[in-house]
Each structure stands twice: as structure tokens, then as C-alpha cells.
Ligand binder design. Structure first.
Ligand code: PMP
Length: 642
């Protein structure tokens, strides 16, 4: 089994232990190698750790990927040498060995938070490699503190630490002996004690037991159980579509059954920043340690308030009162209820919702009632859904010349129902799950005007468009139209957990509460502190990555890279808006087949209906975008969707 060797500090004897482990493996006849991807202090070639490995096995002679001159922290040594340590390159370097040898011992540099560059530290490399980790500590005064800090951190990062080596021990020292005793009581894995002055030979014998007996917990994902007992979205329980077992996801990559897939979906609009973002991870850990949940009836807390302040900073002006809820669908339910309760105090005859065809607003009953009746689920639940009013799907595309005549049917349907319409709900500019359609902002300007004229409320469902996907925080900002009620969800937590909010103007909130009424909704997990903390960390993260420029660049690249699809005969339309690229074809895709094609080609793209589309994460590189777009092109060209 391959291992990562780290230390509580620099100079604790990691190299000596790595070499001793190497010897133990070799003595057992294993195909083992030791490597060190990053080493500083190489100007003095005697200090090269790889020399120590070579003393165990002359063939174990691999140069570090980054052999840096100065004997300082890798990030400083790299700067002095005029290079930047790239985590991805370190991962690839190690993976090369991991795929060619049965046992690879990867030695880190220094301790867990030794910087590799300005943003990443050694623990990011350990996490990416996902190897069981050996912690080496120098057994002296302070060892308990340093060891426990390191062990706790490893645990918080989800890294297994089956072995602790108390190196440089001194049997005669009381401190040394009591450290061993204390750590034996407080560490569940194996502890090996190595004394000062011991040889590699002797240390390797002490490590032999661990090497022989250590069985990593390589629990396989039980796909059979999944198939037999777990529902997945929109798939038959009798003959389900294949589900791929995911082990982990980092940055833009998803680890699936021994393959690494480049993510082109952001987990359905959510994970705009990629997976496993350290600052968001920390926010949830910090919050878990003080308050995971408390009822919001009668209590409030800093996470809810701080998130509220942050939201008001970025929401369109006038959006003032926030209702935290559980999911996008629930936020739509809340919005519809707000509109109805508002009209009960204003004009009770107004109890219908108008929407446009081609929309999608969620899977709960209220939300289904305003989804497209054909692509949505009306036929199946028609008898139970309340009947709402449908206007046509907007014809004019976003970014193209607007045709005023296309407003006529809206004018007619709105004036015909003006006394009944409580609210108009739309997904602004982008209709998502209903067909990935991008429409002109003049429709929204028109609907705003009409709502004001007839005393109806305008609801924007920004569950999908919110948080930067179109290059601004919200589609409302792109369109220059502010609604009365707004739904947000999905990317609110960067894909970390289900959470959403419905926000309305002060006027809406206060009108609802006239005549001694209150708004009638109160979810158990309202304003869950973990979710609020994650959402705040997510918005701070979004603000830190210069998303507006990134999305602009992505839009340009997607347009360029998807252009070639237009030449394929089965392609009906290619459209790009912000960080969304859609290729519409002339027939429905065979999801299972095309999915297999994408997975074989190392990308994760999941089409539906006639749309093959990608919504990449905002940190995506040019090369990665090309890979996603090429895969879409090839899937059509080779007819892998049939
Ligand atoms: N509204 C829109 C615009 C959506 O795209 C979705 C989800 N695809 C929802 C609402 C429902 O959100 P959730 O799945 O979180 O309930």
C-alpha cells in the first residue's frame, strides 16, 4: 500500500523514516519506491533526501520534480529560483509513480501547512493524492501538542493516519517516555518508537510489523446496493441508468472508479468554484464546532445575520427581506405563497400566477404548477396541480435584435387576465432545465411594466442564474430589471449543501403582514447555521476570484470552441451565454450512451432532451474548456448520442 510521509515539523526525520519504510517494503519483496516531489536546500547536494533512499536501493534514484536551491520553505525557495510550484504538476508526478509501482512512498516537505505557493500548502497535495499518511514527530518537549494538532488537521481534511512514528526518542528521558504514554492513550492507530541514533536497518525492522499488517480500508462503492435501493433523479427503478461511483472531487476534477473526469456540469449549476474549496471547508468545520443547528423560531444567530448583510450587499437594490429555506423548489413555493398572501391584503381576486412556456421552477406542487406543461410534469399530475396562466415562450434570443411584435401575445394574455394575476414568475434571461433557452431582456422590461400597471408582483427565479453564471451576480443585473420577489439557491452554497432563500421588497413583506397577519411558512431547518456559514464563505470566495472577468473569458472561449459544431448536419443551434454553452441537436440523446462516451473521454457532461451543454466552473482553464467542447463536438460527430 502506498503511503504519504509527513511530519509535525521540519527536521523530525521524515527522510530517515521514509528510507526505513522503503527498506521494510523491499525486505518483504515488494515493488516499492520512495519519491520526494518537492525538495528545498538542493544547492548543497549532500542534503538531497533522495540520496538517503539511494542508500537503501541504488535504483531508487528519482530527482525531485522541484529541486529548489535555498534551504527554506518551498514557496520561498521556488520564488528565489524563479519558479512556481504547481500542485497539479506535483499530483501528476506522483501519479506517474503510483501507476507504475505497487507501493510508492511519497515524502512531503516540512509539515502540513508548509506553503507550496501563495495559495496551496502541503496538505493540499496530501488531500489530492488521497493516500494513507504516516505522521513523523520528533519525540521531545512539545511533541504532544504538535502531534495532536497535526492529527486533528489530518482528520478534519478526511485523511487517514494509520501510523505515528515517534522519532529521535530517548529511552532515558522522562519527557520522551511520557510523550509515548500520552500519545498511546490518545491515538488509535499504531505507534512506532525509533530512538536517536538508530540505523535504517534497525528502524525498518520496527516498521516491518506495520508494513506487513496494514490493510487500508479500500471500501468499494457498493453500486449493487445503490442500484437495488436508492432512487436517482428521473430514472427507472426497474432498469435504472448507470450511476458512476464518485470517490472524491477536487477543483474541476471528479474521481470516478479509477478515472479522473473533468467536470463540465458544476453539479447542475451549483459548484461554480469547483470542489473541495479550502476556505469553504474551513467555514463549515468552524461552524460545526460552535453551533450546527438551532430553531429559527425565537432564536437568531450570527451566521444568519452575517449572510443576510452579505446578500443585501450584492442583491439588486430594493431586495430587502430575506426568507431562508431549504432548496430551490421550496424557495419557489415561498415566493408563490408570498405573492398570494400579498394579494390577500391588497386585491384578493388576484390568485393566479402567470408564467411563460419553457420554464422550470422545481419539483414541488406549487413549482410544478408553473413549469412548462409539456416538458414539465403537468400531464402526470394535471389533476392535482392548480391551474395557472401560460404565455408563450419568448421568441427573441438574448443578444439578437428584438422584435416588438413578439410582445403582442403577452399584452393580450395579461390584459385578458389582469384582474386575476397575483404575480408573474419567470427564470430571467435563461430558461434552464426547461430547455436551456436564452431570451431577450426586453421581455423582462415589458413584464416589469405590465406588473406595475396591473398591480401584480414580478418574481424572478434566479435559482439557476444566481451567483455569477451570466457574468454578474444575478440575471436581474444583466437585464437591468428588478423584481419584487427573488428566489436564489444552488450556487448559494457553491454546491456544498442544499440551501436557498426567497427575498422580497419591504413593501411586499409589510403588505403581507397587514391586518395582523404573518407570513405562513416556517421550515424546521430555516437559516441552518452550517448552511449560512457555507453560503457566506461561498460568496466571499466568489468575490475573491474576479468572477466577472472569468465568466467573460469563458463566454468568449465557449463561443470560439463550439463554433465548429454548427457545421454538423444534426446541429440545430449553438448558443452561449456567460459560462453556459449549449448545442441543440435534432433528436433526443440516448443519455446512457452519450454518458459512457463522455466518461471514456475523461469529461463529465450530462445532456438532456436535445441539448448537449456545459456549465463549466469559473476557474476552468482554456485547455480544459477546449477539452469539454471537443468532447461535445466528437459526441455528435461520432453519433455517440444515438
Ligand atoms: N428553479 C430553477 C430555475 C431551477 O433550475 C431549479 C433546479 N433545477 C429549481 C428551481 C429547483 O431547485 P431544487 O432542485 O434545489 O429544488
Amino acid at each position: 500500500m502506498s503511503l504519504f510521509i509527513t511530519g509535525t515539523d521540519t527536521d523530525v526525520g521524515k527522510t530517515f523514516i521514509t528510507a526505513s519504510l522503503l527498506k521494510a517494503y523491499l525486505d518483504l519483496g515488494k515493488d516499492a519506491v520512495a519519491i520526494k516531489p518537492v525538495q528545498s536546500g538542493c544547492e548543497n547536494s549532500d542534503a538531497l533526501d533522495t540520496k538517503v533512499y539511494k542508500s537503501v536501493n541504488p535504483n531508487n534514484n528519482f530527482s525531485p520534480l522541484y529541486a529548489l536551491n535555498l534551504a527554506t520553505s518551498p514557496h520561498l525557495a521556488a520564488k528565489a529560483d524563479g519558479v512556481e510550484i504547481e500542485l497539479e504538476k506535483c499530483v501528476n508526478y506522483c501519479n506517474e509513480f503510483l501507476s507504475n509501482h505497487k507501493e510508492v512512498l511519497v515524502e512531503g516537505a516540512g509539515g502540513l501547512f508548509v506553503p507550496l505557493n501563495d495559495n496551496q500548502t502541503m496538505i493540499d497535495l496530501i488531500k489530492r493524492l488521497d493516500l494513507p499518511t504516516v505522521l513523523v514527530a520528533s519525540n521531545k518537549l512539545g511533541a504532544i501538542n504538535h502531534t495532536i494538532l497535526s492529527l486533528k488537521t489530518l482528520k478534519n481534511y478526511g485523511i487517514k493516519t494509520p501510523l505515528l512514528v515517534l522519532n529521535l526518542s530517548d529511552e532515558k528521558s522522562e519527557i520522551s517516555r511520557s510523550n509515548i504514554e500520552y500519545l498511546r492513550l490518545n491515538f488509535k492507530g499504531e505507534i512506532v518508537v525509533i530512538n536517536s541514533g538508530e540505523s535504517i536497518d534497525s528502524a525498518s525492522k520496527k516498521l516491518l510489523n506495520f508494513v506487513k499488517n496494514f490493510k487500508p480500508n479500500t471500501q468499494k462503492i457498493d453500486l449493487e446496493f445503490d442500484k437495488n435501493h436508492l432512487f436517482h433523479p428521473y430514472t427507472s427503478s426497474i432498469s435504472p441508468l448507470k450511476s458512476y461511483g464518485v470517490k472524491s472531487a477536487n477543483g474541476s476534477y471528479i474521481e470516478v472508479e479509477g478515472k479522473t473526469l473533468l467536470d463540465g456540469m458544476c453539479s447542475w449549476w451549483c459548484a461554480y468554484g469547483g470542489y473541495n474549496i479550502p476556505s469553504i471547508n474551513s467555514s463549515i468545520i468552524k461552524q460545526i464546532n460552535s453551533l450546527s443547528h438551532i430553531m429559527f423560531g425565537g432564536f437568531t444567530h450570527a451566521p444568519a445575520i452575517n449572510l443576510g448583510k452579505k446578500l443585501l450587499e450584492i442583491l439588486p437594490k430594493g431586495m430587502d427581506k430575506i426568507f431562508y429555506c431549504d432548496s430551490g423548489s421550496v424557495s419557489v413555493e415561498v415566493a408563490l405563497k408570498m405573492a398570494i398572501q400579498y394579494q390577500q391584503n391588497k386585491d384578493p381576486n388576484k390568485n393566479k400566477i402567470l408564467t411563460i412556456l419553457g420554464g422550470y421552477h422545481g419539483d414541488t406542487f406549487g413549482a410544478m404548477g408553473v413549469c412548462d406543461p409539456t416538458t414539465g410534469m403537468h400531464s402526470m399530475f394535471g389533476g392535482i396541480l392548480s391551474k395557472q396562466i401560460f404565455a408563450p415562450k419568448p421568441k427573441c434570443k438574448f443578444g439578437e435584435i428584438f422584435d416588438e411584435k413578439t410582445l403582442k401575445p403577452y399584452e393580450e394574455i395579461i390584459s385578458k387576465n389582469s384582474d386575476k394575476i397575483a404575480a408573474i414568475i419567470v427564470e430571467p434571461l435563461v430558461q434552464g432545465a426547461g430547455g436551456m433557452w436564452f431570451y431577450h431582456e426586453n421581455y423582462l422590461k415589458f413584464l416589469r411594466k405590465k406588473c406595475d400597471e396591473i398591480g401584480a408582483l414580478l418574481i424572478f427565479d434566479e435559482v439557476a442564474t444566481g451567483f455569477g453564471r451570466l457574468g454578474e451576480y444575478f440575471a436581474s443585473s444583466v437585464a437591468g430589471v428588478t423584481p419584487d420577489i427573488m428566489c436564489i439557491g444552488k450556487a448559494l452554497t457553491a454546491g456544498y449543501m442544499s440551501f436557498a432563500a426567497t427575498i422580497c421588497t419591504k413593501d411586499v413583506a409589510d403588505t403581507i403582514c397587514q391586518n395582523k397577519r404573518v407570513f405562513m411558512h416556517g421550515p424546521t431547518f430555516m437559516a441552518n447555521p452550517l448552511a449560512c456559514s457555507v453560503a457566506l464563505a461561498s460568496i466571499e470566495y466568489l468575490q475573491s476570484i474576479n468572477f466577472k472577468n472569468r465568466v467573460k473569458d469563458i463566454e468568449k472561449e465557449l463561443k470560439f470552441e463550439l463554433e465548429k459544431c454548427k457545421k454538423l448536419p444534426e446541429v440545430v443551434d449553438v448558443r452561449v451565454f456567460g459560462a453556459i454553452g449549449v448545442v441543440e441537436i435534432d433528436s433526443e440523446v440516448n443519455v446512457e450512451k452519450i454518458q459512457e462516451f463522455f466518461v471514456e473521454n475523461g469529461v463529465w457532461i450530462r445532456p438532456f432532451g436535445k441539448n448537449i451543454y456545459t456549465m463549466p466552473q469559473f476557474n476552468v482553464t482554456k485547455d480544459e474548456l477546449k477539452k469539454l467542447c471537443d468532447a461535445i463536438y466528437e459526441s455528435i460527430k461520432t453519433r455517440s448520442y444515438k
